[in-house]
Design a protein around this ligand. Structure first.
Ligand SMILES: [Fe+2]
Ligand SMILES: [Fe+2]
Length: 259
């Protein structure tokens, strides 16, 4: 029997050390004031290619020694920005499922285990990035309250529209997020290759982070498959709905990279 404890299991939306009031105050998330330069000043590797074509540096699965060079300022800025987006995206994902699940579970009880499975994975992703941001004192996006409201509204509205619309929402979001993670993984693996080529070694934390981001990326793509299997493409109007959601995701990613 699917868990009836889904609703009470509200995810932790911010660092547990922050009081409730602080969780909704963007300034409170600025654990460290930082003014990263715009991302357009750098070239990101294309995320369009499938995961099977990712660079494969030998050192990804090989424990490293002590000959490590610190990340450059530009690499740190990239990571700050990327992790901030990941954190915001996973927050949004948990909120979408939290809002979608009551109407979907009520109207389509057979989907309850799937909704819970996807929510649980999103909650795990969010917890992971929450920990990374806190550990490295990376500020969450200042748009946190806006994304909180937008994701809840998106989840609720597609949930009440029905199964197909809810699944179309997941399909659209995961298409954008999967591509976003692909680009990030490619960039980080390209760093690894450069580091190897220089005869240096990759930090253990960075190595395990890439492995974790790849795992999260694969789970997002699994959600996309579940959505398509459950008639996402039968949503009406499918093109309009997924087009608007994908546009919104791209906008939220671009804003969260900087703000
Ligand atoms: Fe996720
Ligand atoms: Fe997901």
């Amino acid at each position: 029997m699917a868990s009836a404890s889904f609703l009470p299991r509200a995810p932790t939306f911010a660092s547990p050390s922050l009081p409730l009031k602080s969780r909704l105050t963007p300034r409170a998330f600025q654990l460290r004031a930082r003014h990263a330069p715009p991302m357009h000043s750098r070239t990101l590797i294309s995320s369009a290619a499938p995961p099977s074509t990712e660079p494969k540096p030998d050192s990804l699965h090989r424990p490293q020694g002590a000959r490590q060079k610190p990340l450059s300022a530009e690499q740190k800025r990239f990571l700050d920005s990327a992790l901030r987006v990941n954190h915001a995206g996973e927050l949004a994902a948990t909120l979408i499922y939290t809002a979608q699940s009551p109407p979907i579970n009520k109207a389509y009880p057979h989907l309850r285990p799937l909704m819970k499975h996807m929510y649980d994975q999103e909650a795990g992703h969010f917890q992971y990035f929450n920990g990374i941001l806190a550990k490295h004192r990376i500020r969450p996006t200042a748009m946190y309250p806006a994304w909180y409201a937008a994701a809840s509204l998106l989840g609720w509205s597609t949930g009440v529209m029905g199964r197909e619309a809810a699944m179309a929402c997941t399909e659209a979001v995961e298409t954008e997020i999967g591509e976003h993670y692909n680009g990030q993984v490619r960039e980080l693996l390209a760093w690894f290759k450069d580091i190897e080529d220089r005869g240096e070694e990759i930090g253990e934390e960075l190595r395990t982070m890439v492995i974790e981001i790849r795992k999260i990326r694969d789970e997002e793509l699994e959600h996309l498959d579940h959505a398509v299997e459950n008639d996402a493409k039968e949503a009406n109007p499918y093109e309009l709905l997924t087009g608007v959601i994908r546009w919104g995701c791209r906008g939220a990613i671009a804003i969260s990279e900087k703000v």
